[in-house]
Ligand binder design. Structure first.
Ligand code: ATP
Length: 906
């Protein structure tokens, strides 16, 4: 449909002029108002317009101003308690203590603010990797552009699954349906039609418009961009496309609550100790300061920040490995995944298709060549196949019932559209045909676009003789029952053709059928269903889509990690089973088809789903039922998807995995994670990372809690036994804020213990801290208390001063922390190895930093003044390090005994 346009590069309406009501004018008027034509804008004009109107993007609103985010750091029970301690110290005119505690609270808030800011930025940067693309016509050529490059006047193609990239006046629509909930709140999709509507039509009634941010759920259409960026309806109502997410997950919230509860428990004990002390006639001043110390000791101030940072590090690491997390809680869930349901085409296979075999009735032909390169021939027996009417019709079907393009750039053949359709175009070239020329000679009048539930595509064309012809291509099991005749007009022997399909599919080939019918006179449009005509089967094409080299390996890794892998495909059962066998899927021979699934009740499906790993000829609705069936058995399911209809299954799955390259925008919106390389192996790597992140969070908690525990216990003990405090409040703050946080941060970078992918998935319902880990925390708390007290009392017994004893006690605590860091890196054993002791870059850096700071703490005069520390003799310094080593050895002994006695650690 070409319309004469005066000037392709004329400007659209002058800036500042009021845009017309696009919905009430005809497509032709829109074209002229926007200064464009059926060939689209010229590239130069598009660039000029881009410079004038700016990129097609909504300005991202910061969720909260920076000062609110800073203040939020202090809105925390733990901080309130510390501020209470400041007031208490000030009330007793301990100005130095009050000042330092306050400074530390502020420091902690600023560090938290900065770290969170960095984590947020990293996550934002990751999300920006997911920029959407749009199909556009410029200079008469079809291009794929970033949606941010669109300008008013651009001709844009919309297909099922797309997110509408700008406000668009539709010029052509074929069964186009759009879901406009983002704008109107209406969740039912609306049928679209290019005819103008009344000027006063409401937004939801403007059927000829497609609005930015809404989703195409069916069909396809062409239209002209009328508004971009902030000028769109979406921009006007100022709703953000991506809502800003809080940097937290259920687990982190659970941990913050745990920290708060622990704090309250310790404070309760403090009050008890205080009352007890008063009753025993101890000095109230001293008792007050002891309570302040206890508050300071008990609070794991750094915990929330460190957990957030560990999470952000995990997410960044996943992004580097092609898995982009869209919803943070998915990171935790990934570590617990017990079943991965994967599509076949493109995820387990390369989606690089090539037609290798043709069946035209009794004749079998093979096809030579490599990839999409049109060089190659169609062979019949040994030589090149002689041209025949049957072969020509089949090739015509391949070229015309096809929406894709194959173009050459720099000697490489590039696919625009569906790779399978591109393979059909390569076949046409090999058979001597020219798809472009045929498309001109047989213009397309209407189509029924491919849909994974229908499993076919149909087009209506006008032949050079002026007659109508219908072409159909799709899954043979859908096509064969429709056809009554063969290409030559003889009756169709369905059983014989089914046998041919089985022989192709049994070798792992993907099979497509082609059919043709004369169109009834006067037919010039197609409804959602096929017209009743006499279809003639033209033949079958067998396409090779080799498995990805790394997929078999990744599946084996999943099996070792106790994760079941299931293939859920729209393809033929025999093809799926053959490929599954090659990939090493368990029980690959047993296939459940979509129809079988429909015949089963939910309970029966729940039973079958446990053993069967290959599901074929499924539709997206089956995927949803499968997820539910698996979940009813307690499985944690990761499910892949790419099409618009996959959205419900992706949302329902515990981890919805969308394809970044081949997936629709609808699937990406519904997914928790997007694979930028569409590769199954990436899911396995993400699960691996998910397990590591969870382990690291656990390690950070198991590392930090006993430090607070040891400090609190020491103070409670001192009070109960009426002994001098072995560590003062400010010194405790020094340890908590400087060494503990620095060291714990290094745990976020841990690369995972060996065997992470050799243990079964964790039970998602189980608490993070197993009884074993609670025991470990108590044990370490006790060891720390013993270390602190032991060294302090020893120093006093040697006649060393109180300040000297305290400095030694602080040093011992820090040395124990450092050694404990090496121990905690391997929760269940293995730290006492060269690899364990050698540490990693971040661990060594943290230790070096702590060493330098600790030397300053002991030897620099200002520090001595603030913290009451004194210079230690080298021998005493060494002694504190040896006490740390002793704690490490005791913990290693515990790990060894546990392995030896085979105690379950959970
Ligand atoms: P997976 O679900 O693993 O990605 P799939 O790509 O085979 O597998 P669908 O895209 O749902 O799943 O395709 C199902 C069937 O529909 C295919 O086996 C093929 O026979 C047919 N088919 C696929 N694409 C087209 C198309 N563009 N035109 C016509 N028929 C098609």
């Amino acid at each position: 449909m070409t319309r004469a346009r005066p000037d392709n590069t004329s400007s659209p309406m002058p800036p500042g002029s009021v845009p017309p009501d696009w919905h009430q004018v005809s497509p032709e008027q829109v074209e002229s108002l926007l200064g464009t034509s059926s060939a689209g804008l010229s590239q130069d004009e598009a660039e000029r317009r881009l410079a004038r109107v700016g990129p097609n993007r909504l300005a991202r609103q910061s969720a909260r101003p920076w000062w609110q985010r800073l203040l939020r750091q202090f809105n925390n029970l733990l901080i309130y308690v510390l501020l209470g301690a400041v007031l208490l110290a000030a009330a007793m005119q301990h100005w130095l203590d009050a000042g330092v505690i306050l400074a530390v609270v502020l420091f902690n808030g600023v560090i938290g603010f900065l770290q969170e800011g960095r984590a947020e930025q990293a996550l934002d940067a990751i999300r920006n990797l997911l920029s959407a693309r749009a199909e556009v016509v410029r200079d008469g050529r079809r291009l794929t552009l970033e949606t941010s490059e669109l300008v008013p006047g651009d001709r844009v193609l919309l297909t099922a699954g797309d997110k509408v990239p700008a406000d668009i006046r539709l010029c052509q629509a074929s069964q186009l349906q759009i879901q406009e909930a983002a704008l109107t709140g209406e969740s039912l999709a609306v049928d679209k039609d290019p005819a103008p509507v009344a000027a006063d039509a409401e937004l939801g009634d403007r059927r000829c418009m497609a609005y930015s941010g809404t989703l195409v759920t069916r069909g396809q259409g062409w239209g002209l961009v009328v508004a971009t960026g902030g000028d769109t309806e979406l921009g006007r109502i100022n709703r953000l496309l991506s809502t800003v997410e809080q940097l937290t997950t259920p687990l982190l919230r659970q941990m913050s609550r745990l920290a708060a509860v622990l704090t309250l428990v310790v404070l309760g004990m403090a009050v008890l100790v205080f009352v007890l002390g008063l009753w025993r006639g101890q000095d109230p001043q001293l008792l007050f300061m002891a309570v302040v110390s206890l508050a300071v000791a008990a609070i794991p101030e750094g915990l929330p920040t460190i957990l957030t940072v560990a999470l952000a590090i995990g997410v960044t690491r996943m992004a580097r490995r092609h898995a982009i997390i869209r919803r943070l809680p998915a990171v935790e869930t990934l570590g617990a995944v017990s079943v991965i349901c994967s599509d076949k085409t493109g995820t387990l296979t390369r989606n690089e298709m090539q037609v290798t075999e043709l069946r035209l009735g009794p004749r079998t032909m093979t096809v030579s060549g490599q990839g999409y390169d049109p060089a190659g021939i169609i062979q019949d027996g040994a030589g090149e196949a002689a041209p025949s009417a049957a072969l020509s019709s089949l090739l015509l079907g391949c070229a015309l019932c096809n929406d894709s393009q194959l173009t050459e750039a720099g000697g490489r053949w590039q696919v625009q559209g569906d790779p399978m359709e591109a393979a059909l175009l390569a076949l046409v070239h090999k058979g001597g045909g020219d798809p472009r020329q045929w498309r001109r000679e047989y213009p397309r009048l209407a189509e029924i676009s491919f849909d994974s539930a229908r499993k076919y595509m149909a087009t209506l064309h006008r032949t050079p003789a002026g007659e109508g012809v219908l072409l159909l291509k799709g899954a043979p099991d859908v096509l064969l029952p429709l056809c009554t005749l063969q290409a030559d007009g003889a009756p169709l022997d369905e059983a014989d053709w089914q046998a041919q399909v089985a022989s192709l599919a049994g070798r792992g080939l993907r099979v497509l059928g082609f059919a043709l019918a004369e169109a009834p006179a006067g037919l010039n449009c197609l409804g959602p269903d096929l017209p009743l005509v006499r279809w003639r089967l033209l033949g079958l094409a067998g396409l090779m889509d080799p498995p990805r080299a790394e997929a078999a390996d990744a599946i084996a890794r999943c099996h070792r990690a106790g994760i079941q892998v299931k293939m859920i495909t729209g393809d033929h059962g025999a093809t799926a089973s053959a490929i599954a066998g090659r990939l090493g899927l368990h029980n690959a021979a047993e296939v459940l088809t979509g129809r079988d699934i429909e015949g089963l009740s939910d309970a029966e499906l729940g039973e079958r789903v446990a053993e069967v790993n290959v599901f074929a000829r499924t539709t997206p609705e089956h995927k949803l039922r499968l997820v539910q069936a698996l979940q009813s058995r307690g499985a944690v399911v990761a499910m892949t998807g790419d099409g618009v209809n996959d959205a419900p299954a992706l949302k329902r799955a515990d981890v919805g995995v969308a394809m970044g390259q081949g997936g629709t925008e609808a699937a990406k919106e519904a997914g928790d994670m997007v694979l930028t390389d569409d590769n199954f192996a990436t899911i396995t790597r993400a699960v691996h990372e998910g397990r590591i992140v969870y382990d690291n969070l656990k390690k950070a908690v198991v590392f930090l809690l006993p430090i607070n525990g040891g400090e609190s216990l020491s103070i409670i003990l001192a009070l109960l036994l009426s002994l001098t405090l072995p560590i003062e409040p400010l010194q405790i703050l020094w340890v908590n804020m400087v060494s503990s946080i620095g060291l714990a941060m290094a745990l976020g970078f841990e690369a995972g213990e060996p065997g992470v992918m050799r243990r079964p998935p964790r039970d998602p319902g189980a608490a993070m801290l197993s009884p074993f880990l609670v025991w470990r925390i108590l044990l370490v708390s006790a060891l720390f208390t013993a270390g602190i007290f032991g060294v302090f009392l020893w120093a006093r017994a040697q006649g060393l001063g109180e300040a000297y004893g305290r400095t030694m006690a602080v040093n011992t605590l820090v040395a124990m922390e450092v050694w404990y860091l090496f121990s905690v890196r391997y929760l269940y054993g293995g730290s006492l190895s060269w690899r364990g002791l050698r540490g990693t870059g971040p661990v060594l850096l943290a230790v070096a930093l702590v060493l330098v700071l600790q030397l300053m703490f002991i030897y620099s005069p200002p520090m001595q003044h603030w913290f009451g520390s004194v210079a230690l003799s080298p021998w005493h310094g060494l002694l504190t390090v040896l006490v740390g080593l002793l704690v490490f050895l005791i913990l290693e002994l515990e790990k060894w005994l546990i392995t030896r006695w085979n105690i379950t650690t959970g």
